[in-house]
Design a protein around this ligand. Structure first.
Ligand code: ADP
Length: 330
């Protein structure tokens, strides 16, 4: 049975915002599925609909075959949700937080204590279990938050921006735990993230979401292959123009432009690279520098949305700032 099935899911908030405009996907058991996209794309709203935190305007969602609209309470029992904002209580110890969370899920004390200790061990927090969470670092709090969402042994885990605001090292540690959860418990995980390179490394499949719609969905490798075009950067000692002309005529070479002192050669197929080298060698062109870059998930994002995620975020931020300034002047 599929872990998650989502069909034409849409959300219109009461203020008229159409946050999600018909999203469909299916997740196999044990998959790590990433939703990436700029702020306001509709990722959180999609998760909120599947996890029963907001109503579904139209379309359907099923978790382990259970209809979210018809049986929200049953869905809640089999899912774990770790929201963007920390949900652990700073005034309680780590251990107390977990036991409390277990009890909220209806577990008896004995089972909650057992599970809390197991999870503290899993997330390397045992030595801090009797300390106030207020004294924990950001990464430790996030680990405890993850543990809290796992107390009732969910079948499917939803992580909304689990590494937002954490430093690179802590982010990579969090991903290690997520990978272990997936591997050791075969847990299905749906994760939203801003960090494309992390989604690339972690997720079996990725959906790129933009303006409430999925614009591309596939394995990271397939998304990259799908846009084709590796790029070869070539710097030569002698006669750049001649080199350009020679390379231009090779079958499988796309656009050639200048980038600083290098020729930037688009390769329609990777197999064309040896032919370029042979041509240069037989024409006595001395190579000074050469590199080949395969398309990154950033390139995929630009291909489908027309802008880099970073640029879009900056634009969104500056638009929001301009709106605020306008409101302040009024
Ligand atoms: P993302 O998670 O991709 O950043 P969201 O799902 O949070 O996107 O938001 C999608 C759109 O819905 C945005 O335009 C956002 O402002 C709007 N939105 C989110 N929550 C609400 C709400 N409770 N009421 C009205 N609009 C909302």
């Amino acid at each position: 049975m599929k872990s998650i099935v989502v069909k034409d899911l849409a959300k219109r908030y009461s203020n008229g915002t159409e946050a999600v405009k018909g999203i469909s996907f299916e997740l196999e058991k044990g998959e790590i599925f990433g939703m990436v996209g700029p702020n306001g794309a509709g990722k959180t709203t999609t998760i909120k609909m599947i996890t029963t935190l907001t109503t579904i305007t139209s379309g359907d969602a099923f978790v382990s075959g259970i209809d979210v609209k018809k049986h929200p309470e049953k869905v809640r029992r089999i899912i774990g949700m770790v929201p963007q904002d920390l949900s652990v209580d700073d005034d309680l110890h780590g251990f107390e937080n977990l036991v409390l969370s277990g009890k909220l899920y209806g577990m008896d004390t004995k089972l909650a204590v057992k599970k809390a200790n197991m999870l503290l061990d899993f997330f390397d927090l045992t030595e801090f279990k009797d300390k106030d969470v207020g004294s924990y670092s950001g990464g430790m709090k996030k680990r405890l938050d993850l543990a809290s969402g796992l107390m009732h042994e969910p079948e499917v885990l939803f992580l909304d921006e689990p590494t937002l605001g954490l430093d690179t090292q802590t982010r990579s540690k969090i991903w290690d735990y997520v990978k272990r959860l997936n591997k050791e418990l075969n847990m299905t995980i749906l994760v939203t993230t801003h960090y494309l390179e992390e989604a690339d490394m972690l997720c079996n499949r990725i959906a790129i979401v933009d303006f409430g719609k999925i614009v591309a969905l596939d394995k990271p490798s397939a998304l990259k292959e799908g846009i084709g075009n590796s790029v070869m950067m070539v710097k030569v000692k002698n006669d750049l123009e001649k080199t350009k002309k020679l390379i231009e005529n090779i079958d499988g070479v796309g656009e050639i432009t200048m980038y600083k002192e290098d020729l930037k050669v688009t390769l329609k197929r990777m197999e064309v690279a040896p032919a370029i080298l042979e041509t240069m060698y037989s024409n006595k062109i001395t190579l000074e520098r050469l590199s080949i870059k395969e398309p990154s998930l950033d390139d995929v994002f630009i291909h489908y949305t027309g802008a880099a995620l970073r640029d879009r975020e900056e634009k969104t931020d500056s638009m929001a700032m301009r709106r605020t300034m306008r409101r302040m002047r009024q």
